[in-house]
Design a protein around this ligand. Structure first.
Ligand SMILES: Nc1ncnc2c1ncn2[C@@H]1O[C@H](COP(=O)(O)OP(=O)(O)OP(=O)(O)O)[C@@H](O)[C@H]1O
Length: 317
């Protein structure tokens, strides 16, 4: 696929603040109509990357295209074709849904504002509520209004920064159904999230930590590439095993999952030895399980923390 055929095609994106690279050589390719999940711990550089993609921030290094447009030289044109939903959507609380959307349509200087607002209201199921004040809406409806505002100028690429944070599960599910309808219409979506169930609804994923891409691909390919073995220890007192297991040979991460702990490592034989002492313990069930995406991400961030900690301070990103 050549550069123009990708909806997003950027290489080596880097952004530094105070001498620290908060985004450090990020490359990203997303094909049209795909939903790409953008994951990583707080502060890993997702928002900064998104802002470079839509022309709001100029990278210190790196280059590329969004929708075939150069992210530095054609930033203004990109802004007109991209819908960017920020973590804090700035609607006017004392204006109605319709008035808010009309305001956004004015910002984009759309020729037929009424038609654009009507279309956005219909698309997001907001027609019946169009005269409600934005400030009186629940979280789920506010987020729908935010998505409607992003869509008003009919963008071909949506950059959604944690669009469902703090929204209840039913509203999140409805939101994701809409995301899939948009993708089916050919709109490309890059969406950052901390929710694993949402990651699983993406066509492909990019996992960022310390400003660097640690994994990318489909859910299945990321899980397979990690070559991770996982044991689940379940039962009364399982959580107390975290401390003794951490640091045992072969154990690279230990994480609590309800009444169980997941113990993970890439050396299957060593890991089996590490959990063996607990197998005969009454009340505990110790068994190997298939690694989930969450296991892999926990493993990746543990590895990244270790690398980061072992890097001399002056060389840290
Ligand atoms: N304008 C700025 N000046 C200085 N540092 C900044 C600026 N913007 C972001 N940073 C820092 O860059 C790092 C990456 O921030 P960013 O918001 O991109 O992370 P994120 O992955 O989106 O995090 P979250 O999941 O919490 O939204 C953080 O350490 C942040 O404090």
């Amino acid at each position: 696929m050549n550069g123009a055929a990708w909806a997003i095609d950027v290489r080596g994106l880097t952004k530094r603040y105070g001498g620290r690279a908060v985004v450090d050589g990020v490359s990203l390719q997303v094909a049209p109509g795909r939903i790409c999940g953008f994951l990583g711990p707080n502060g890993s550089g997702k928002t900064t990357t998104i802002r470079m993609l839509c022309g709001l921030l100029t990278p210190d290094a790196g280059q590329g295209h969004c929708l075939g447009l150069d992210i530095v030289r054609e930033a203004a044109a990109i802004k007109r074709q991209v819908g960017y939903m920020t973590q804090r959507f700035g609607w006017y609380e004392d204006l109605s849904i319709r008035q808010n959307l009309d305001f956004v349509a004015r910002l984009f200087a759309l020729p037929d504002r009424r038609a654009a607002v009507d279309a956005a209201l219909a698309r997001l199921g907001l027609v019946d509520r169009q005269h409600q004040l934005a400030g009186a809406l629940s979280g789920g409806w506010k987020q729908r209004l935010a998505l409607a505002a992003c869509l008003i100028h009919e963008p071909r690429l949506l950059l959604l920064d944690e669009p469902t944070a703090g929204v209840d599960p039913k509203a999140r599910r409805d939101f994701w159904d809409e995301i899939h309808r948009l993708a089916a219409d050919g709109i490309t979506v890059l969406v950052s999230t901390h929710y694993m169930d949402e990651a699983e609804r993406c066509h492909e994923l990019v996992y960022l930590a310390y400003g660097q891409v640690l994994a990318r691909g489909t859910q299945a390919s990321i899980v397979a590439a990690a070559q991770l073995s996982v044991w689940r220890i379940e039962g009364e007192g399982a959580a107390a095993l975290i401390a003794p297991l951490e640091g045992a040979p072969g154990v690279q991460s230990v994480a609590a999952f309800g009444n169980a702990v997941h113990v993970a490592g890439t050396d299957a034989a060593l890991l089996a030895q590490a959990v063996a002492p607990w197998q005969a313990r009454p009340g505990l069930r110790v068994q190997p399980v298939a690694p989930t995406l969450e296991d892999v991400f926990i493993h990746l961030i543990h590895g990244a923390q270790d690398n980061f900690a072992s890097t001399p301070r002056e060389h840290r990103p």
